[in-house]
Design a protein around this ligand. Structure first.
Ligand code: FAD
Length: 216
C-alpha cells in the first residue's frame, strides 16, 4: 500500500490543445468570433485579439470559446475527486478501470487533516487491511470488479479529460472557488495554470482571480 498526503502525488499535464494553422489559441478564438461582424474572415493583430476576447467575456458571448479544446492527463487523485469531476457533463473522460486493472499495490490519497490528527494511525491500519483483503480476494478468484468494493473512496485513479475553453472556464470558476473541496481545487488550479500558459488572454481573468490573488 502507498499513501499520498494531500495533493503530493497530484500530476496534471496538458497533453494536447487546439493548435491553429497560424497563430495561437487566443488568435483562433478571436478570429472565429470576428466573423460574426465582418463580411470576410480576417487576421487580427495582438491588440484586436485581446480586445475582442475581453469584449466576448464581458458580453457573455462564450460560445465562441468552444472553438478551442484542451486535453489533460491527471494522476494522483482520488476516486472522490473524479466523482466530483465527472459531474461536469460537457467534457470527455477516459478513466483507468478498476474492472480491468488489478491494483497490485493500491495507492490512497489521504487528506492532510487526517494525517495530522490523532486518527492517522487507525486510518492507515484500515487502509492496509482493506488493501490486503483486496489482494487476497483477487488471488482467491473474486473478480476485480467485485473485490474493489472493499477499497475506500480515497483510492488513487488516473483520468484523461478533454474540455473546450468555455467548459474549462466554467469548471475552473466552480472548482477553484473556496467552496470547492481542496483536492479538486488543487487540480483545477493546475489545469488553469497550464491553460493560461498556452492561452494567456482567454484565461487572464481567472488566472488573476484564483492564482495571482494570494487571498484565494
Ligand atoms: C462547491 C460545490 C458543491 C457541490 N455539492 C454537490 C452536492 O452536494 N450534491 C450534488 O449532487 N452535486 C453537488 N455539486 C455538483 C453540482 O451540482 C454540479 O453537478 C457540478 O458542479 C457541475 O456543474 P454544471 O452542471 O454547471 O456543469 P456542467 O455539467 O459542466 O455543465 C455546464 C453548463 O451547461 C449547462 N448544462 C449542462 N447540462 C445541462 C442540462 N441537462 N440542462 C440544462 N443546462 C445544462 C448549464 O448551464 C451548466 O452550468 C457541487 C458542486 C460544487 C462546485
Amino acid at each position: 500500500m502507498e499513501v499520498c498526503k494531500g495533493s503530493e502525488c497530484l500530476k496534471v499535464e496538458l497533453i494536447a490543445y487546439s493548435l491553429p494553422r497560424e497563430g495561437d489559441v487566443d488568435k483562433l478564438v478571436a478570429e472565429s468570433g470576428a466573423i460574426s461582424h465582418a463580411p470576410h474572415f480576417k487576421e487580427l493583430n495582438e491588440e484586436r485579439v485581446k480586445n475582442l476576447i475581453e469584449l466576448l467575456k464581458k458580453l457573455g458571448h462564450e460560445s465562441v470559446f468552444e472553438h478551442a479544446c484542451f486535453t489533460f492527463r491527471v494522476e494522483g487523485i482520488s476516486r472522490i475527486c473524479t466523482h466530483q469531476l465527472v459531474r461536469h457533463r460537457l467534457a470527455s473522460y477516459t478513466q483507468q478501470s478498476q474492472r480491468y486493472v488489478k491494483l497490485k499495490n493500491p495507492k490512497f490519497i489521504v487528506p492532510n487533516e487526517i494525517m495530522e490528527s490523532e486518527f492517522s494511525e487507525e486510518y492507515l491500519e484500515l487502509l492496509e487491511r482493506a488493501s490486503e483483503l483486496y489482494r487476497k480476494m483477487v488471488e482467491g478468484g473474486i473478480r476485480k470488479e467485485d473485490a474493489r468494493f472493499v477499497l475506500p473512496q480515497g483510492v488513487e485513479t488516473k483520468i484523461v479529460i478533454t474540455m473546450n475553453a468555455r467548459e474549462l472556464r466554467h469548471f475552473i470558476t466552480l472548482r477553484c472557488d473556496k467552496s470547492a473541496q481542496w483536492e479538486i481545487r488543487e487540480m483545477a488550479k493546475e489545469m488553469l495554470r497550464l491553460a493560461h500558459d498556452v492561452a494567456p488572454i482567454l484565461f487572464d481573468d481567472l488566472y488573476k482571480k484564483y492564482i495571482d490573488n494570494s487571498e484565494e
